[in-house]
Write a protein that binds this ligand. Sequence first.
Ligand SMILES: [Zn+2]
Length: 443
Amino acid sequence: MSKLILAVLLVTLTVLGLLSPSYADSARVNDARVWPAPDGSRLIFDLNQSLKYKVFRLSNPERVVIDFKKTRLLTRLKSLDLSKSSIKRIRSGKRNGKDLRIVLDMKETVSPKSALLRPNSEYGFRLVLDLDRVKQKSHRSLESRLTQQKNKENQDIVVAIDAGHGGEDPGARGRRGTKEKDIVLKIARELKRMFDQQKGMKGVLIRSGDYYLDLRKRMKIARQHRADFFISIHADAFHDPRARGSSVYSLSSRGENSEAARWLAKKANNADLIGGVQLANKDDMVASMLLDMAQSATRKASYKAARNILHELKGVGKVHSKTVQSASFVVLKSPDIPSVLVETAYISNPSEEKKLQTKTYQKAIAKAIFNGVYRYFNRSPPTGSLLARNRHTIAQGETLGEIALYYRVSIKKLKVANNLRSDKIISGQVLRIPIDSTQPKAI
Ligand SMILES: [Zn+2]
């Protein structure tokens, strides 16, 4: 047999895995990361190749065991910061001479879920392990349910603020190294503060730290908080560094209306592939069935709100497109909650990246989004909300000055809130009374 044929045969046998393991290179765990989140932790192992593994749980004390077949550990697990995670300690050892066993000593009971991910633009092969905290089911008392019913009167309008990406998924990156996930979280926090200060409204952060949530989970959290509105905040990149300005998107039934929208939707929807796993469950199927039925009204509301936000953003700086863009973002597909996605700026544009890093710009963007959402709800307040209550039907002989005095608002504010050009009002006309957070409630 010639040397060449022998070499070919050897390679073939190695590829087929027919030779003894000592010939074939074993798999390697090159690195590990842990991302603590409120509902549990995510542990990620960077691998050099696909491999066989098994995950199981042991109780008394709580442990999660990961067995890697024919694998070597090339990283120091002891250097991982576990302080905020649900893991107490990580141990590792060899098994059967060539297998690797990693044992996680847990601080609490978790239900582990795992997936082996193929390489993508950001990472190579990874084993993702979600350690979700097992919640004790609590039965709400009749009393607490009744209180909740009663509280529906004058309830706050809840705005769910979703900072895109997070944790394993950095989002887009600017040339100076600014990460989208960090900037959008800062804007989201600013925005929450503004909603919380506004009487009759409340902001809820979908992601409050540096961890990843899959897109369906984001919507689920919004629903748990009974959100009236959902805003997803991004600062994405485009392949052309000249692209700049902010854009506002709402969900479309017909798909994207521009090349950029198509490109971004594809990227945003792929985020789950970068961020980790999306384990399908039955609820999602039900949700997608309900989607088409309830979507129409929600879609109209989303579009109206998006227009208000876009209008406000025009006051901050350049807008990328003058009209509301439509795209099929998964994160906007809540059947029951009007949702918009705001591209605050292009992080891929060097001058916009610079601006995004400043507190002033972050605040200005947050303020514009706040104003847009507030304006939308001031015009179409949900029934039962404080904003809906603040309506005044003009009686015969009443003047704008009297009404302003009665509600302790300025005539100017009253006119702005109602788009009045003059002081003339007609009896029977319904006025919106702006709610001032600094004034005591007049009614
Ligand atoms: Zn993004």
